[in-house]
Design a protein around this ligand. Sequence first.
Ligand code: ARG
Length: 264
Amino acid sequence: MIKVICLSALILLIGLCHGETNFQGRIVGGEDISNYYVSYIAQIRRRSSTTSAYAQTCGASLLDNRTLVTAAHCVYNRLAENFLIVGGTDQRAGMDGYVTRAEKIVIHDLYNASITDNDIALIFLSPALPIREDNIKLSAISVASERPSVGTYATVSGWGTTTESGLSSNLLQQVQVPVVDSTSCQEAYDWRPISDGMLCAGLPNGGKDACQGDSGGPLVVNSQLVGIVSWGEGCARANYPGVYTNVAYFKNWIDQQRASNALV
Ligand code: ARG
């Protein structure tokens, strides 16, 4: 009898510890997700010179078969030739999915690197990625025209680190975080501006967030792109929400840039 109780207690303990290790991993506090369900995500890999290897550095979202939107800080001061773009995979490394190149990079004129303001850029691809109606592994996402209301749960995905100073995830991760009002976000980040071009999301107690390497990637509500992973104080800390580019605020800029860079 005692043996049975001890054994069950042991199994319970192992279960609990195991549960806790799981909780540590993933974006931060998220879970594995197939790219089937995040078919609008693309991966940005970068090499530091023409002779070095490519490694995943950022995420991006597909607006159409030749246009990606990402964070300006992901591409700022870098040459287009040093990027490799990969779509249609949930693997951080390897050659799964569709591989293409950055033909042209357009960074927002008002991007301010010192305060990460207007953190948005477009990447025009060549060749285009194969988006087809019958191929749901790769699809375009539409840009939200309004900022999501406070409390709305939004989904963020990426291959970034799974703890503040941890390692990147080999498999695509996803987590849900509620939108936080800008006034309290500004109170938390009282040493730097939270501009109209920014959007904050996170839980009061932290635990779930984007992290290093998730930058440029999508924050989504109702199948529309509402945010781009931009910055944060550490990752998943209590009282420090993640800060995203407020995509709706840049909708006109996105439309203008897409129009003036359209293929003729
Ligand atoms: N700047 C980071 C990157 O380049 C993203 C940081 C997001 N941080 C956060 N706590 N949500 O990958």
